[in-house]
Design a protein around this ligand. Structure first.
Ligand code: IPD
Ligand code: CA
Ligand code: CA
Ligand code: CA
Length: 267
């Protein structure tokens, strides 16, 4: 039997330690590199943070597996056993440009089932976390279950990029009418932050056409603990080993967004 309480306590200490290192790194300029193109950044701090977690996990929990964005984890082909899915800095562009609005995200799964989820705002020292089946927290505060809200009163997270043509949806039949009908839209540049903003009710939904597992692995566990719905834009379950489109929303709103908007123009 895994000792989830021990793992939880350990993760929280590592998050603090890694967060302090990142904040200290602000004293010097990070080394900025391009991954696939000049909009796709990575820094030595992303890499060092992922290495920090992989070293710690391998030492403390040698039987566990790791899937990390920056490649310090294991080459996984399945979700058997205990898998840590890590994004050392979610919102690298914000990290580089703003020195804020970026998160460390960790989701821990056992045979593909959610166990522990963490999204840590290292600058503001705010921790969002959940133990599957035991609720979700923002620091010490237990988050209440999400209630329904009418679409006209909803504030949704969406990046304006998706209002231009894309492979999945015809924006003029789907996202443009949705953006017109909701109360407002926001874009924060960190998927993990947008997930936990849905969990705390600061956003009512978040939509994006493409995320990798490390972007949502932690946030998904947290949102689901408060009754939020997390699927792709067709309403199907997410795959934890590949890219997915994403619709995260309060109950009720999730179904309405798919039925009245997204399903009107799938490519
Ligand atoms: C990115 C952020 C961003 C999302 C991108 C992600 P990264 O993660 O979550 O908000 O729109 O799709 O790749 O690269 O900063 O960890
Ligand atoms: Ca990245
Ligand atoms: Ca990310
Ligand atoms: Ca990242």
């Amino acid at each position: 039997m895994e000792n989830w309480t021990r793992i939880d306590q350990q993760v929280k200490l590592w998050l603090q330690e890694a967060g302090n290192k990142i904040v200290t790194s602000f004293k010097t300029s990070p080394e900025i590199m391009y991954k696939t193109n000049p909009d796709d950044l990575v820094t030595n701090i992303d890499q060092e943070t992922e290495q920090f977690f992989t070293d710690k996990i391998r030492e403390a929990f040698p039987g566990h597996h790791i899937l990390g964005e920056e490649g310090f984890g294991d080459p996984l082909t399945d979700l058997e056993g205990i898998v840590w899915i890590i994004d050392p800095i979610d919102g690298t562009t914000n990290f580089v440009h703003q020195q804020r609005n970026f998160m460390i995200s960790i989701g821990i799964y056992e045979d593909g089932s959610p166990r522990l989820g963490y999204v840590y705002d290292v600058v503001f020292k705010e921790l969002y976390y959940a133990k599957a089946g035991e609720g979700a927290y923002w620091n010490d505060m237990k988050l209440p279950p999400l209630k329904e809200v009418p679409l006209e009163q909803a504030l949704i997270g969406i990046n304006s990029t998706w209002l231009t043509s894309n492979r999945l949806l015809e924006p003029k039949d789907t996202l443009v009418p949705l953006v017109n009908d909701v109360r407002g839209t926001r874009s924060y540049g960190s998927a993990a932050l947008e997930f936990v903003f849905v969990a705390t009710g600061r956003l009512d939904a978040y939509i994006t056409m493409r995320l990798s597992p490390w972007d949502f692995a932690g946030g998904k566990i947290i949102v689901e603990e408060v009754g939020g719905k997390v699927t792709n834009v067709k309403g199907e379950p997410l795959h934890l080993l590949g890219k997915n489109s994403i619709l995260v929303a309060r109950p009720g709103l999730h179904e309405k967004i798919i039925q009245d908007y997204l399903s009107k123009g799938m490519n």
